[in-house]
Write a protein of this length. Structure first.
Length: 387
């Protein structure tokens, strides 16, 4: 496919991406109240705008872009910004530290290089190993670009994986804003887009030795999709604010707490007699006051209600009941659902109405938890026991 044919597809995509990313960056920046994560997100969207704008100018004013490094170095900001954004969402009191500037050091070094050699022969050269005085730069930049995309994608996925484990001790419900599933989608979309960019470049350079596939098509399409996804979900996203630091139920393995987790409490100031006292108070409060009927109950809410530190509640539930907060609360919700399903007073209500009234916030999570707990679906349970 010729450069003209690629441009026919690229230009409309760039128009859409440029407008969307700039609009979203402005909207997020002026959001009230504006958090650190909002500032990072706005910066990320702004640099997506810069990258897409440079791509548009390169197509229409290619004589000004002899050295393509000016275009190629901007994506080296995307990995660090995505990582810092995710970290700022999940930390309790997030701050931007001085050492965080080190994440942008490769971008700054290549920016200086670009300014010095901006009028020289293109660093991006289809004859990759041609000894034209820029071979070393091509190798260093290529490896830096590859490792930037790879390393930051892995770091983000690790952050999200650890986050999804930690929220089980903080929240009794799951939602996009809490689990950050949408960020996982964005991270995967980001990595896939640049895997295609890198793969197409390798194919052009090392296999057919000519510009057969335009990597910019993958880059611009991916960034345009990213700008829509990030602006839609990111604008509504609030900080999750985690501090990095279940009668027994038949629950999924990831809802139980392994005995191997117990050593983390070895330095706890909580005494054995206090643990028993706290456990009794918590269980009594759950039975009598039924806080689990609140479908957005958090461990902070329970802490405020029983006047016990949330860290101590976590320790008590983890060590005495061998489960996390999520499983602990949802066992009460399941028991409440079972009682109501078999109570003639609720026979005219639909199953999901009963589930919502019992504290569940979504149909999918209710069905999953109910089946894991009882070994059957709600309908099967009613059919079996209602008689």
């Amino acid at each position: 496919m010729s450069e003209i044919e690629y441009s026919k597809y690229l230009i409309p995509i760039l128009y859409i991406g440029i407008v969307q990313s700039l609009f979203a960056a402005v909207m997020v920046w002026f959001k009230k109240p504006r958090t650190l994560s909002d500032k990072i997100l706005a910066a990320w969207l702004f640099f997506i705008f810069i990258k897409l704008l440079l791509s548009y100018l390169e197509i229409n004013y290619s004589r000004l872009f002899l050295n393509k490094m000016g275009m190629l170095i901007v994506p080296m900001l995307f990995g660090p910004l995505l990582y810092l954004y995710v970290r700022s969402l999940i930390l309790e009191n997030p701050v931007f530290r001085k050492k965080d500037w080190l994440h942008f050091l490769p971008f700054l070094l290549f920016s200086v290089y670009t300014l010095i050699f901006s009028t020289q022969k293109p660093v991006y050269n289809i004859q990759f190993f041609e000894n034209d005085g820029f071979l070393a730069e091509r190798i260093v930049f290529g490896l830096s670009f590859y490792f930037s995309i790879t390393v930051y994608t892995i770091l983000v996925l690790i952050l999200l994986h650890n986050h999804r484990i930690k929220i089980k001790d903080m929240f009794s419900y799951s939602s996009e804003k809490v689990t950050l599933r949408w960020v996982m989608f964005v991270a995967i979309l980001f990595s896939v887009a640049y895997i295609l960019v890198i793969s197409s470049g390798i194919f052009n350079i090392f296999i057919i030795n000519r510009e057969f596939i335009e990597p910019e098509l993958f880059s611009s399409t991916g960034l345009t999709l990213l700008s829509f996804a990030v602006s839609f979900y990111g604008y509504r996203q609030a900080n999750v604010n985690l501090k990095l630091s279940g009668t027994r139920l038949i629950l999924p393995v990831n809802d139980s707490v392994s005995s191997n987790d117990k050593p983390k409490y070895e330095r706890s100031s909580l005494k054995e007699k206090d643990i028993e006292k706290y456990l009794e108070n918590i269980l009594s409060f759950m039975e009598e006051e039924k806080p689990f009927l609140n479908n957005e109950l958090t461990i902070q809410d329970l802490s405020d209600q029983v006047s016990i530190s949330k860290h101590h509640i976590t320790q008590v539930i983890n060590t005495r009941l061998i489960k996390n907060f999520y499983a602990f609360v949802n066992e009460y919700r399941i028991e409440e659902v079972k009682k109501r399903l078999l109570d003639p007073r609720f026979k005219n209500l639909k199953i999901m109405s009963i589930a919502y009234d019992s504290g569940f916030s979504s149909k999918s999570s209710f069905n999953t938890i109910f089946k894991n707990y009882t070994g059957m679906t709600p309908s099967q349970f009613v059919k079996k026991y209602s008689k």
